[in-house]
Design a protein around this ligand. Sequence first.
Ligand SMILES: Nc1ncnc2c1ncn2[C@@H]1O[C@H](COP(=O)(O)OP(=O)(O)O)[C@@H](O)[C@H]1O
Ligand SMILES: [Mg+2]
Length: 407
Amino acid sequence: MIGMRNVVFVAPFPMDATLRFARGFARLENVRVLGVFQKPPWAEKGRTFDDLVAVEDALNPEDIVSAVRRLEGAYGPTHRLTGVLEPLQTPLGIARERLGIEGPTAAVAERFRDKALMKDCLRAAGIPCAKHRLATSADAASAFAEEVGFPIVMKPPAGAGCRGTYRIESHEDLRSALAVVRPSAASPVLCEEFLRGTEQSFEAVVAGGKVLAHSISHYQPTPLEVVNTPWIQWVCMLPRDIAGAEYDEVRRIGAKVVATLGLDDGFTHMEWFRRTDGSIAVGEIAARPPGGQLTSMTGLVHDIDIYRCWARAVVDGRLDAPWQRNYAAATVFLRGMGRGRVTRIDGLDEAQKRMGALVEEVKLPRVGAPKADSYEGDGYVILRHSEQATLDAAVEVVLDTVRVRYG
Ligand SMILES: Nc1ncnc2c1ncn2[C@@H]1O[C@H](COP(=O)(O)OP(=O)(O)O)[C@@H](O)[C@H]1O
Ligand SMILES: [Mg+2]
């Protein structure tokens, strides 16, 4: 008999994409789900959450620790303390250590979060990744560019969503980026050799430190290229078939990365490049599930409740879903040329007619909303089909017919 286990789920805001993960715990037996939020979703009390606590700053380890202590006063010891947001991972690690709760420590979380530390660990283990340097001055950044040659990439050591990420092609680019970034000892910039090729991801279900199941996606094209090219609508594609030998090397490397950085139980989301010469280089890895649509698609291609699967890995350190890839899936992110606010979305009827049967989920751009500056655009369409060619054709239909207008 397993007794009731307390799981504390932390997030600043109850975004829909975040609550989906919390609901995964609510679908497990013998789990009491306790929420810690800056803005608690009170309407979910008695549904997703057995109880909720409000904190001033959900990213502050002190606030997390005192909220957990309050909950422990009412419900007893905490079995797991978790959350899916990237900037929460280190605060959660600090709080776990302070409270004596099992799960990734602050040191483990930092290896997945600080991209310079991550690459130091990976290179020491012989795992291929871009040459890098954490530059604490403009001179150090210039010296790195001199050594590896253009192009290079400059980015924050613990950024997200391509923010503050520059592709630098020339001395002139370097000068203008350095004038904005102004690296210093207090605020260093991560410089990297530019990897040429295609970018893909590798998701893993990890239990007992081992990769028990995995998935692969293709980014079409790379997020940085999307950010820098206003007309491109990003596509994230999960191919139907990833059993081929062309993925053996990334399977081997993915497992080694997880073991090297040291996550025990949960999901990981790794980004990697297939260089033009066919070799593989790791981009980065996170000790959490990927963003909403990629997580949902991972569930769709295997026809499983992926949110519950994640919750199970976190709570019990095991995989309890069948992991058979029966479908291909893709998300087309809706975005268009122009500036200002969303005024109209054209082509929806035609797209619906031509590929509506494949649609699993849609978030339409909201008319009146300011244009997003992210590569994920203003909305998305998730498609799924058992035949790769049918899915590919449907993706083309969305890309060719749906147009977001701004003004
Ligand atoms: N060394 C690199 N070579 C080529 N492209 C890169 C490199 N580093 C980052 N990028 C591009 O920038 C994007 C964002 O960088 P990444 O390190 O993944 O940070 P984050 O996703 O946290 O913003 C990547 O998805 C990739 O497209
Ligand atoms: Mg990334």
